[in-house]
Design a protein around this ligand. Structure first.
Ligand code: CA
Length: 232
């Protein structure tokens, strides 16, 4: 996985890129807006870590540029403490996630991984449809985000939605508990903590909502969960 790190603080840039590289990331670096743009034009990257306070322009310019020119590029913004205004601006410009300085390296890694995992999900290009065992069809629109069983909208919490998207995006393959929990970490809480017991509860609820759809969430012992067509 290749990531572009945009940060003008030379010490922080060195420290972060060193640690990311050590963890196996292919790291490109830039320390200004023009450098960041040049780097993005020169090479494809899987994601961007973007500092907002940069010389020669605002990091937000990079975000806006990337949104215009590169489809679906995940961007994680680094904001100064209490940079609420930055966060709002970033949200409006379509940032995928935020981290407030100072942050923990482990947290950066976790956020980055979760962000890239999520970014892989809408690889189905806007919407996805899967057929249950001849019974009903399940349709997901990640942009809305909304899910329908035949033409009936499903009522899903954000966590249920995240879980369903993961399962559908990996239909027929096992989704590990760790994958689900990593995605949940970046989601707003919806009334329950995100522990692994909660995961059981959510799977159970989602199964009920998929009842009679012809789709089944199979518990693959020790590994995770898999969405499959129900055998009759
Ligand atoms: Ca800076």
């Amino acid at each position: 996985m290749r990531v572009l790190l945009v940060e003008d603080d030379a010490l922080l840039l060195d420290a972060l890129s060193g640690q990311l590289a050590q963890q196996g990331w292919d790291v490109l670096t830039a320390s200004s807006v023009p450098q960041a743009r040049t780097a993005l034009q020169a090479q494809a990257v899987d994601g961007v870590i973007l500092d907002l306070g940069l010389p020669g322009g605002d990091g937000m310019d990079v975000l806006v540029w990337a949104r215009k020119h590169i489809t679906g590029l995940p961007v994680l913004i680094l904001t100064a403490r209490d940079g609420i205004e930055d966060r709002v601006r970033g949200l409006n410009s379509g940032a995928d996630d935020y981290l407030t300085k100072p942050f923990d390296m482990l947290e950066l890694q976790a956020r980055l991984q979760a962000m890239l995992r999520r970014a892989r999900l809408p690889a189905f290009g806007g919407s996805l449809e899967v057929e249950g065992g001849g019974a009903k069809s399940l349709r997901l629109d990640p942009v809305q985000p909304l899910a329908w069983l035949d033409d009936v909208p499903m009522e899903l919490t954000q966590r249920e939605w995240a879980l369903l998207t993961l399962l559908v995006g990996n239909m027929g393959q096992v989704v590990s508990r760790e994958d689900v929990l990593a995605v949940w970490q970046t989601q707003p809480i919806d009334g329950s903590s995100g522990g692994s017991n909660a995961l059981e509860v959510y799977v159970h609820r989602l199964r009920r909502k998929l009842q009679d759809s012809g789709l089944n969430i199979r518990n693959v012992r020790g590994l995770g969960y898999m969405l499959e067509t129900e055998s009759k």
